[in-house]
Write a protein that binds this ligand. Structure first.
Ligand code: NDP
Length: 257
């Protein structure tokens, strides 16, 4: 448990499943009382279930606000802070986790719609979320304070055949994150990147447009990480003392090494 997270407001994108959901539960489970969790995604009913699960099974005095937000809709992202209830606007930690991959195809065959949705979600969505929250961080005393935790991927460092667009989006996240960290160097705003390897979530089901058999085949022949493995690292990074930045962490399962 990190006392540094006491009373903090944590905003997680893509909190309806996988790594985002596990991260919400991990913050609630391991943090002191009075934590506020803003959980966002497109599936509001699923978010409400996650919120109920946290309040019923974890408790710990945590307050949870499920909020429907499509990160690929720029106008919604720009206006969402103003739509939060007043007492939820002082965000301390932004976890930019929402992301997806669509299809496995060599570059000439990739559908334009899939290219657009991957960039709009993984890159522009993450940048727009960051721009929406940074003014809150910057207006704090002493040049600003807050954490931006971006979920990249091993794919952003080690591109694979059939994933050129997804890999390019995650390379873009990596580049954006590095630049932002340098821009904010003399502030108390930390910019953190965590890059998972293979994690078993709905990610693979989304990649294959809902085909569960194809999705499961991805995990054959090795034991992937669980979303909890990544959630633990995210919460650890947020709980470090202010001068410590886990700038760049790659985490993958043994079989992927
Ligand atoms: P999931 O599919 O389980 O979770 C993805 C989350 O993103 C869901 O909550 C989904 O919610 C949300 N999301 C997708 N599109 C949007 C959108 N336009 N607006 C808002 N929310 C959106 O996959 P993971 O948990 O695995 O993925 C989380 C992150 O981890 C992603 O950035 C992914 O690229 C990254 N990652 C995953 C790896 C893996 O092997 N699983 C490996 C490396 C990185 P909803 O559908 O309700 O909007």
């Amino acid at each position: 448990m990190s006392k540094r997270l006491a009373g903090r407001t944590i905003l997680i994108t893509g909190a309806s499943s996988g790594i985002g959901k596990s991260t919400a539960i991990e913050f609630a489970r391991t943090s002191p009382k009075n934590l506020r969790l803003i959980l966002t995604a497109r599936r509001i009913d699923t978010l409400k279930e996650v919120a109920q699960e946290i309040q019923k099974e974890v408790g710990n005095g945590v307050k949870v606000l499920p909020f429907q937000l499509d990160v690929s809709a720029p106008d919604d992202v720009r206006s969402f802070v103003g739509k939060l209830p007043e007492e939820w606007r002082e965000i301390d930690v932004l976890v930019n986790n929402a992301g997806l991959v669509k299809g496995v195809a060599k570059a000439p065959e990739i559908e334009e719609a899939d290219i657009n949705v991957m960039f709009a979600t993984n890159v522009t969505g993450l940048i727009n979320m960051t721009q929406a929250v940074l003014p809150i961080f910057k207006k704090r005393a002493d040049g600003g304070a807050g954490d931006i935790i971006n979920i990249g991927s091993i794919a952003g460092r080690d591109p694979y055949v059939g994933g050129s667009i997804y890999c390019a989006t995650k390379a873009a996240v990596r580049s954006f994150t590095d630049s932002l960290r340098k821009e904010l160097v003399a502030t108390r705003i930390r910019v953190i990147e965590i890059d998972p390897g293979q994690v078993e979530t709905e990610f693979s089901v989304v990649r294959f447009y809902g085909d569960k058999a194809k999705a499961d085949a991805v995990y054959a022949g090795g034991e992937p990480l669980t979303p909890d493995d990544i959630a633990e690292v995210i919460v650890f990074a947020a709980g470090r003392r202010e001068n410590v930045i886990l700038a760049d962490t790659l985490i993958f399962p043994q079989h992927q090494a």
